[in-house]
Ligand binder design. Structure first.
Ligand SMILES: Cc1cc2nc3c(=O)[nH]c(=O)nc-3n(C[C@H](O)[C@H](O)[C@H](O)COP(=O)(O)OP(=O)(O)OC[C@H]3O[C@@H](n4cnc5c(N)ncnc54)[C@H](O)[C@@H]3O)c2cc1C
Length: 324
């Protein structure tokens, strides 16, 4: 059976399931797309990718936080992660989400947390990428980037091609490493392109300008049409292969990653780890429900998801009746 996108999205946002998923562990198949819950589990995953010629960017999973104590814990995790990268000589950078570090609590509090991470990373030669979240967080994230880059050159960010503002932003931040993505959040027509074609066209426009102008870009897409066009574009214009990299989510398109590495292209893998794997896992399923039936998710996963979906539907029906 296949589980629809709406059901999966509901499941991803369900607090009870989110909390209880930790008890089931990552048995339901999340280990196929996350690197476990601890740094001990993370390390061999990254080493294996490095051994296959892939660099990595590591992200500590979690949602936005509204308590300072939680944000401080996340900061400590990142400091430990930077030390791990150095100790184990991992080919890795780090990616962080500002709302996990207190952006929704207080800008200055968040800035101090991020600055401590970026500064420690700078000392160890580790690159940091500030992830871009929904539109409401975009402007404060750029503001934070501007403040950080006055002191540090090891910090970059993400441009989401679905935003109308992306063209202006990518020009404005041409001196920082950019990860170019299409954009993952539901955004209104007032700020973002809506159709697949418009987003695809803008992505390619921004990307080819970057490549033409020799600005290092992480091309973060699973879109094979774009990947094929990039290959053609750089070959025709003799753009050096170290002027960009392809970036993939851990666990997806592994064959393609290996093929690209074999062809001499730089590839990096976005490796998520941490206790809060459940909503990341479910959101990846929601983006692409057909993956449930692909090899990355086993038969057991389908059974568990189907059971969970069934339990959830029954539970919500029961909840509705109870509230009557
Ligand atoms: C490394 C990385 C980092 C990201 N960071 C951010 C961020 O900071 N902020 C943000 O808003 N978004 C981020 N995203 C998500 C991004 O914005 C898109 O939502 C997501 O990548 C889907 O767009 P796409 O171009 O990959 O493919 P789509 O436009 O969804 O699909 C195009 C085609 O690509 C193929 N495809 C798509 N997904 C998969 C898959 N999982 N497996 C196999 N084939 C697939 C299919 O053939 C599909 O028809 C990130 C994505 C990646 C890969």
């Amino acid at each position: 059976m296949s589980v629809g996108k709406d059901v999966i999205t509901y499941l991803a946002e369900n607090d009870w399931l989110n909390e209880n998923a930790k008890r089931w562990g990552t048995k339901i198949g999340a280990r196929a797309i996350t690197a476990g819950t601890t740094m001990t589990e993370l390390t061999p995953v990254v080493q294996k990718l490095n051994y296959a010629g892939l660099s990595t960017t590591i992200v500590y999973l979690g949602d936005g936080l509204y308590e300072k104590a939680g944000a401080l814990d996340v900061k400590e995790q990142y400091l430990d992660l930077i030390h791990l990268i150095q100790e184990k000589a991992l080919d890795a950078t780090v990616t962080l989400q500002l709302t996990q570090l207190g952006l929704d609590i207080d800008f200055d509090f968040c800035y101090e947390n991020v600055k401590e991470i970026v500064s420690e990373a700078y000392n160890y030669g580790v690159q940091v990428t500030i992830e871009m979240e929904d539109y409401g967080h975009v402007q404060p994230s750029f503001l934070m980037l501007e403040q950080l880059k006055e002191e540090y050159d090891n910090v970059g960010t993400v441009i989401q091609a679905y935003f109308y503002r992306a063209e202006e932003d990518i020009k404005k931040y041409k001196d920082v490493p950019i990860r170019l993505v299409k954009g993952a959040y539901d955004e209104p027509i007032s700020v973002a392109y809506q159709t697949k074609e418009e987003i695809y066209t803008n992505y390619k426009k921004l990307l080819f300008e970057q490549l033409q102008n020799g600005i290092f870009t992480s091309i973060a897409t699973h879109d094979q049409e774009i990947i094929a066009e990039v290959k053609q574009f750089v070959q025709q214009r003799e753009i050096p292969l170290d002027a960009f990299e392809f970036q993939f989510l851990y666990g997806f398109d592994q064959q393609l990653q290996e093929q690209l590495v074999g062809e001499g292209y730089a590839c990096s893998v976005y490796v998520p780890y941490g206790e809060e794997w459940y909503s990341y896992f479910m959101n990846r399923l929601a983006e692409r429900p057909q993956n449930i039936t692909k090899k990355v998710f086993n038969k057991k996963t389908n059974t568990v998801l189907a059971t969970v979906a069934g339990a959830f539907v029954l539970g919500s029906l029961w909840g509705r009746r109870k509230n009557k």
